[in-house]
Design a binder for this molecule. Structure first.
Ligand code: FAD
Length: 195
C-alpha cells in the first residue's frame, strides 16, 4: 500500500516537504488554510536559496545590495558590505514565493487541500492511521465544511503556533533555533558513485 502523508501548512517548509514526498511517489496531502496568505515577513532570502530551491528569476522582486537594519533600541546594522560584485540579497513577496512553491508541489503530484486542520487524532498503535479533522474551504467559505482524512504520517509545518505540535504535546518553546550548515569535504574523502 502506498504511504499516505499529510503536510499541515504550505509555507516554504511544508511545500518543500510536500514536493520531496510527491517526487518520491508518496501519496501526499498538503493542507493550507489561506491560499492567498501574505505572511508578515521581511521577504529577504539568501542568494543560495535561488539555486537550492530552483527558483525562477521572477520570484525575486528586487535585488538589494545595501540594507540597514535598525532594532527597537536603535542599534543599527549595515548589511551587504561583504557582497561580491555579482551577489545580492533577494527580496521576495511571500504570497508569491509561497504560492510558487505550493503550486509546484501540487504539479508534482501533491494533493492541495484548502483547509484548516483543527484536530489531530493520534493512533493508539502503530497499525492505525492518524485522523485529521479539518474545515474544507474549497466552497469559498471561512467556516468551511467539516471533513476528515486518514494518513500514515503527519508533518507539522503549520508555523509558530502549530496545532500539530500541540497535538503531539511537543512542549512549549520560548525560542526557536534555525540553522544552515554547509560543509565541503576534502577531495580525498569524496566517494563518487558512477551509475
Ligand atoms: C516579521 C517577520 C519578518 C521576517 N522576515 C524574514 C526575512 O526577511 N527573511 C527570512 O528568511 N525569514 C523571515 N522571517 C521568518 C520567516 O517568515 C519564517 O522562518 C518562515 O515563514 C517559516 O516558514 P514555515 O514554512 O516553517 O512556516 P510559515 O511560513 O509560518 O507557514 C505556515 C503555514 O501554515 C499555515 N497553517 C497554519 N496553521 C494551519 C492549520 N491549522 N491548517 C492549515 N494550514 C495552517 C499558515 O497559513 C502558513 O501558510 C520573518 C518572520 C517574521 C515574523
Amino acid at each position: 500500500m502506498t504511504l499516505r502523508v499529510a503536510v499541515v501548512g504550505s509555507g516554504p517548509a511544508g511545500s518543500s516537504a510536500a514536493e520531496t514526498l510527491a517526487k518520491a511517489g508518496i501519496e501526499t496531502f498538503l493542507f493550507e488554510r489561506k491560499l492567498d496568505n501574505a505572511k508578515p515577513c521581511g521577504g529577504a532570502i539568501p542568494l543560495c536559496m535561488v539555486s537550492e530551491f530552483d527558483l525562477p528569476p521572477e520570484i525575486i522582486d528586487r535585488q538589494v545590495r545595501k540594507m540597514k537594519m535598525i532594532s527597537p533600541s536603535n542599534i543599527e546594522v549595515n548589511i551587504g558590505q561583504t557582497l561580491k560584485q555579482d551577489e545580492y540579497i533577494g527580496m521576495c513577496r511571500r504570497e508569491v514565493l509561497d504560492g510558487f512553491l505550493r503550486d509546484r508541489a501540487a504539479k508534482l503530484g501533491a494533493t492541495l487541500i484548502n483547509g484548516t486542520v483543527h484536530t489531530l487524532e493520534i493512533p493508539v498503535n502503530r497499525n492505525q492511521p492518524y485522523t485529521l479533522h479539518y474545515a474544507d474551504h474549497s466552497d469559498g467559505s471561512v467556516e468551511g465544511i467539516a471533513k476528515t482524512l486518514q494518513v500514515d504520517m503527519v508533518i507539522g509545518a503549520d508555523g509558530a503556533n502549530s496545532r500539530v505540535a500541540k497535538a503531539i504535546d511537543a512542549g512549549d518553546y520560548n525560542y526557536a533555533i534555525a540553522f544552515q550548515e554547509r560543509i565541503r569535504l576534502p577531495e580525498h574523502k569524496w566517494h563518487i558513485t558512477k551509475s
